[in-house]
Design a protein around this ligand. Structure first.
Ligand SMILES: Cc1cc2nc3c(=O)[nH]c(=O)nc-3n(C[C@H](O)[C@H](O)[C@H](O)COP(=O)(O)O)c2cc1C
Length: 199
């Protein structure tokens, strides 16, 4: 894929870092006309713990441009379009991505809409970006991630960089979100890349 996605799946698991998902939605929505959003069974607990959002709604307060579609899909809704390879979505991001989900995806266990959609993206050879947040990692975590990388997924851990001296938690987190956007061929206005001035 070397053009921005027209149709994107954003999946949110029960790992810490739900704020990454919120930031990704905020910065992808203006550029991606159609987004399918799916939240795991555990994720609402984490969202409630980490973010002050009414009813843990990751979309609360975000402006949707006219004509834009963000569709929420229930975790067990296998009728979602991206649950089948016959319906083409351009890319999928799992952010944050729990190690439990990594394990299930690495073994093709399609026990929910997220793991099924990931299985579809892998079999169809479509871009699948996984943003794990765990430390330290066990041998199992590392093996599972290698399996997924070998199957075609991009493992993009939630590891911020500091070379532009971010001053706030949000600026730190945006260094991760900018890398996700970059792999989706998107660019956040104001983002900085190494050896570049701010845009
Ligand atoms: C507050 C909270 C924080 C968690 N943080 C992480 C984490 O950073 N990484 C991780 O792999 N699992 C984390 N977990 C555990 C996962 O939620 C758990 O393994 C769950 O089964 C994942 O299921 P899911 O991937 O379907 O959401 C956390 C759980 C809670 C309640």
């Amino acid at each position: 894929m070397n053009t921005p996605p027209h149709r994107l799946v954003i999946a949110v698991s029960g790992a810490s870092g739900s704020r990454y998902a919120r930031l990704l939605l905020e910065h992808a929505i203006p550029f991606v006309p159609e987004i399918g959003l799916v939240v795991s069974r555990v994720a609402p607990q984490v969202i409630a713990q980490e973010l002050d959002l009414p009813e843990g709604d990751l979309l609360a307060g975000l402006a949707l441009p006219e004509g834009h579609r963000v569709t929420r899909h229930a975790i067990d809704d296998y009728r979602a379009p991206f649950a089948s390879g016959s319906n083409v979505y351009d890319a999928m991001v799992v952010v944050p991505c729990s190690q439990g989900l990594i394990g299930r995806m690495a073994h093709g266990i399609s026990d929910c809409l997220i793991s099924r959609a990931a299985d579809v993206f892998l079999k169809e050879r479509r871009p699948l970006i996984l943003v794990p947040r765990e430390m330290p990692m066990s041998t199992l975590h590392l093996r599972n991630q290698l399996t997924l990388a070998e199957a075609g997924a991009l493992i993009l851990p939630a590891c911020p960089n500091f070379y532009h001296r971010p001053q706030t938690v949000e600026e730190v987190m945006l260094t991760v979100v900018d890398r996700i956007l970059s792999h989706l061929n998107l660019r956040r206005p104001g983002s900085r890349r190494w050896s570049e001035e701010a845009r």
